[in-house]
Write a protein that binds this ligand. Structure first.
Ligand code: ASP
Length: 463
């Protein structure tokens, strides 16, 4: 097995994660400089506010965006085939339904513990720091007016949210192909990626009942998995430039002014995410995975950086699968199972953020929440973390649902929309790292014979 960190991925000696980090830092710094020079402001080329330098900067931003999108799409394009093949193969490899059930329960158990810890941290910090009281009436009005259109869109989406009963039934897809079509962008009628996973699990279980007749199909699944990994190899070659371009275009458009207005909110959210990431995960990997936090974070850094650059757990899933194998050396059947399920089902950063946003907006809007209502927020934020699509801004419609359930007007979401994208990058890092922490813990707690050499999944990842 070649080490992607030292050979193919870094032909000139610099590890891939360092290259991505450099790309991200350069992207942010150059984007902020471009913003401070007035790029992306209304002065369209040729009008009075525009000059040659601004035109040139706008052209650079105009072309940086598609480079970032190419990187993103290379990863998104293999998410569905990879989820399907990785999960079905993991079930075939695990073979025994009892073992599968045990691993599923462990994954669920860790998800519940980590999400609860996350939401409690978030809710505790908002109650302690009271960031909502730092927003003046004038700032509130200004933000609401500026982002009212975006808020209307989120409230509209929240109205389409289905009752729990239908959500549960929709876990079993009526038409799996239709779910696959809408899985990545959240446009499916049912549960999208979750339904695709259930389909993969059902297929995997069916294969185990007909091992002889399905040999060819298993070979086909292995091929599909190998193709997905190869495409991720291409994407990772582009990662330093692609992720850098994504954050460059974003910071050139947003700047940091908005961060100043919502300073206390941003600080509260970042503090919570930081605690979850570095304290909770460190403890969990030390206690349950018997791994030093340093080794863990070092092993997963590439996935953390890709999560930051893409703001999407789904797009980062293939990289997470890659680092679980190469960085953490986890048995693939276990990590592939936990990571694919976790990419949609375990979003601790999102759960924490949802709790912070709802309580913050309640403070800003002057809605006093009782202890019972705060408890409702905690429960709903934990569940919403499970149901959030792993795409940029995937949690916003669910945040509106939670807000409305405790009497905070949905339109108030507009207040935080200006900073959401930046915080999305940070919470996605926590989401992705949480999945990897759970994979490490489940792998450690599985009996030794489960971590032997596998026949399936022996594909070399090219990145
Ligand atoms: N962007 C997040 C993710 O993909 C979801 C969200 O919190 O909006 O994990």
């Amino acid at each position: 097995m070649t080490d992607a960190h030292s050979t193919e991925a870094a032909p000139r000696g610099m590890p891939l994660h360092t290259k991505i980090l450099v790309g991200l830092i350069l992207g942010v710094v150059l984007g902020l400089i471009a913003h401070s020079m007035g790029a992306c402001e209304k002065g369209a080329p040729g009008d009075a506010n525009s000059n040659e330098l601004l035109d040139w900067l706008d052209t650079v931003i105009y072309w940086a965006e598609p480079v970032g999108k190419v990187f993103l799409r290379l990863m998104f394009m293999v998410v569905v085939p990879m989820v399907f093949s990785a999960l079905a193969l993991a079930v075939v490899e695990i073979g025994d339904l009892k073992k599968l059930g045990r691993m599923g329960l462990k994954t669920l158990g860790f998800t519940a513990i980590l999400s609860t810890a996350a939401v409690l941290i978030g809710v505790g910090l908002v109650n302690g720091l009271r960031p909502g009281h730092a927003v003046s009436e004038a700032q509130r009005q200004k933000l609401l007016a500026q982002y009212s259109q975006g808020a209307d869109e989120k409230v509209g989406k929240a109205k389409q949210a289905k009752p729990v009963r239908d959500t549960l039934v929709d876990l079993l897809p009526e038409n799996p192909l239709q779910e696959m079509v809408g899985a990545v962008d959240g446009s499916s009628k049912g549960n999208g990626m979750l339904a695709v996973m259930v389909f993969a699990l059902v297929c995997g279980i069916a294969i185990t009942t007909k091992p002889d007749e399905t040999k060819t199909f298993v070979g086909w699944l292995e091929g599909l998995y190998a193709i997905s990994m190869a495409v991720i190899g291409f994407a990772m070659k582009l990662a330093p430039l692609g992720a850098g371009c994504l954050v460059f275009a974003l910071s050139a458009q947003l700047g940091i002014d908005i961060l100043k207005t919502l300073f206390w909110f941003v600080l509260t959210a970042l503090l919570g995410l930081g605690l979850q990431l570095f304290v909770v995960y460190s403890l969990v990997v030390m206690v349950f995975a018997r791994m030093s936090p340093w080794k863990f974070f070092n092993g997963v850094s590439e996935a953390m950086l890709v999560g930051f650059g893409t703001s999407s757990s789904s797009a980062t899933l293939p990289t997470a699968i890659k680092v679980a194998k190469e960085g953490l050396k986890l048995p693939q059947r276990i990590s592939n199972f936990v990571l694919t399920v976790g990419a949609t089902g375990n979003q601790n950063g999102t759960a924490l953020y949802e709790g912070v946003v709802v309580l913050f907006l309640a403070q800003v809007m002057g809605v006093e929440l009782t202890a019972g209502q705060q408890f409702t927020v905690v429960l709903m934020a934990i569940l919403a973390g499970v149901g959030t699509a792993g795409v940029p801004g995937g949690s916003l419609p669910l945040i509106v649902v939670v807000m409305q359930s405790v009497g905070v007007p949905g339109a108030a979401i507009g207040i935080i929309l200006g900073v959401d994208r930046i915080l999305d990058m940070c919470r996605t890092v926590v989401n992705v790292t949480g999945d990897l922490a759970i994979a490490a813990c489940v792998a450690q707690t599985e009996p030794a014979d489960d971590s032997g050499q596998t026949i399936l999944f022996e594909t070399e990842s090219p990145a």
